[in-house]
Design a protein around this ligand. Structure first.
Ligand SMILES: *[C@@H]1O[C@H](CO)[C@@H](O)[C@H](O)[C@H]1NC(C)=O
Ligand SMILES: *[C@@H]1O[C@H](CO)[C@@H](O)[C@H](O)[C@H]1NC(C)=O
Ligand SMILES: *[C@@H]1O[C@H](CO)[C@@H](O)[C@H](O)[C@H]1NC(C)=O
Ligand SMILES: *[C@@H]1O[C@H](CO)[C@@H](O)[C@H](O)[C@H]1NC(C)=O
Ligand SMILES: *[C@@H]1O[C@H](CO)[C@@H](O)[C@H](O)[C@H]1NC(C)=O
Ligand SMILES: *[C@@H]1O[C@H](CO)[C@@H](O)[C@H](O)[C@H]1NC(C)=O
Length: 422
């Protein structure tokens, strides 16, 4: 069943239903918050990741970075025609946060979105949790805006916060969704206002928890039963899984077949820095706790692509096929993509931008989506079609371009007042 079939049904219905609603908006402002394909049968998502607001508020360059990050939001949103914005983690740099105003930065991010009437949905990243910054408080701050669709569907200390799904409905009405968007919390960083016996911050595990994997599988099965079909889906998570690292190191990223920057080598992944037994005392590189999540995403019919951030210097998409050397999980052809570093905070000077994902009702029938990266310079790079032959289709390589913050003077970098130099 596709959105097109539903569309045809509605054309037929319109001959006797005079007052067919003219869905001009992708966003229904009524009491029911509904995402919908445009009348042209398209739904475009702009993914901003690693905005890293709120760095060094006490040095002049900190606030200057944020002014420039707001410009990135404005430039990219004006250049594209998105119906939804995804903020894919690390909205704020938590280690620089003051407890009394740590979530106020959400207002700066929300500004350009509210001005344009755009709905948005977030996942939280490892920097969104720290001694002075709480994920739950970020969610509460987002909820001051009716455009915020971020929510919490799984509870408990181990689950994280930003685990939920959104349904997208077809262009010509109806109450049968034709696309599911899944959002997962890969956690990380440090627990809010917690210190151990030695006065150190308490680390939060950095993978998608088993309770979330269970919820995902049960909820997906329930949705399939309820609508009597497999609904195509896309997923978002801040930290990529071990599969991304294995593709990078074992299969290799080719600039023409997986176009994008590949500068973060070897990339950082979920369960990094943790031991299999749950210790994170610096003795282990990787604990493999992301295996259940990898098994879940590769055994979900209709899941077309998984988008992550975290590694600012990696921007490619890969089709994950087969069992890679050293791995146990069998890739089922799932596309896994990085986005583009969007903020002036956070490491790296790669040209800021945002990955775009264009879903059309027509291509959705074949499980195919188009994606590209829009840079703040106006350039478009890495435009690919995630179809059956992705990995074998030849594309132009993405130039490895950089920019620096034009208004930031990085000469003076001082430690946070009131804290000891580390
Ligand atoms: C809404 O419809 C008008 C008139 O048909 C058109 O000019 C406009 O671009 C549409 N807006 C959207 C968001 O589709
Ligand atoms: C938060 O408080 C710090 C310290 O007073 C200040 O420098 C910073 O500008 C504040 N941030 C915001 C977004 O108001
Ligand atoms: C947390 O924020 C308070 C002010 O709200 C500040 O005094 C303190 O130094 C901060 N602590 C850390 C670890 O950043
Ligand atoms: C993680 O990926 C590496 C390759 O980068 C591989 O050697 C290792 O076996 C993988 N681990 C698991 C549990 O899949
Ligand atoms: C996939 O997309 C590429 C680029 O548009 C195209 O060349 C290729 O033929 C497509 N493959 C299939 C199976 O449609
Ligand atoms: C940057 O700040 C330093 C120290 O205040 C100053 O000497 C220098 O002139 C500044 N640079 C620019 C380009 O403003």
């Amino acid at each position: 069943m596709s959105c097109l079939l539903i569309l045809v049904a509605f054309f037929a219905a319109s001959t006797f239903a005079a007052a067919l609603p003219q869905w001009n908006w992708s966003w229904n402002w009524g009491s029911q918050k509904q995402l919908r394909f445009t009348r042209a049968g398209t739904f475009q998502i702009a993914i901003f990741e690693d905005l890293h607001f709120g760095e060094n508020a006490w040095d002049s360059w900190g606030p200057q970075q944020d002014i420039n990050s707001v410009k990135v939001l404005n430039e990219v949103l004006d250049a594209e025609n998105q119906q939804l914005v995804v903020l894919n983690g690390d909205l704020i740099t938590g280690e620089n946060a003051y407890k009394f105003n740590s979530t106020v930065y959400i207002d700066q991010i929300a500004g350009p979105l509210v001005q344009r009437g755009l709905p948005w949905a977030s996942t939280y990243g490892n920097h969104d949790s720290d001694y002075n910054l709480s994920r739950s408080d970020i969610l509460a701050r987002e909820h001051r805006y009716s455009n915020a669709l971020t929510t919490q569907m799984v509870f408990g200390r181990e689950a994280g916060v930003s685990n939920y799904y959104l349904l997208v409905y077809p262009s010509y009405g109806g109450q049968v969704p034709c696309l599911i968007l899944w959002f997962f919390d890969s956690r990380g960083g440090f627990y809010y206002q917690e210190k151990d016996a030695d006065g150190n911050r308490v680390g939060q595990p950095d993978w998608v928890d088993q309770s979330v994997v269970n919820w995902f599988q049960q909820t997906n099965a329930r949705l399939s039963r309820q609508y009597r079909k497999t609904i195509p889906s896309l997923a978002f998570v801040h930290i990529p899984t071990n599969a991304s690292q294995a593709l990078q190191t074992e299969a290799g990223v080719d600039p023409n077949y997986q176009p994008g920057i590949n500068d973060d080598y070897i990339l950082a992944q979920q369960a990094q820095g943790w031991c299999p037994d749950g210790r994170n005392d610096g003795t282990c590189e990787y604990g493999a706790q992301d295996v259940p999540f990898m098994q879940a995403v590769t055994s979900t019919p209709g899941l077309m692509a998984l988008f992550s951030g975290h590694d600012h210097g990696d921007t490619w998409c890969y089709k994950w096929n087969g069992v890679l050397p050293g791995m146990t999980v069998d890739g089922n052809g799932l596309n896994i993509c990085f986005g583009q570093h969007s903020g002036y905070g956070g490491y790296g000077t790669w040209t800021r931008g945002a990955r775009q994902v264009l879903i059309t009702e027509e291509k959705l029938r074949h499980g195919v989506v188009d994606t590209w990266i829009r840079l703040e310079t106006g350039d478009v790079v890495g435009s690919v079609e995630l179809n059956k032959t992705y990995n074998h289709d030849y594309y132009p390589a993405t130039p490895d371009t950089h920019t620096s913050c034009p208004t930031c003077n990085y000469t003076i970098v001082t430690p946070m007042p009131g804290t000891k130099r580390r």
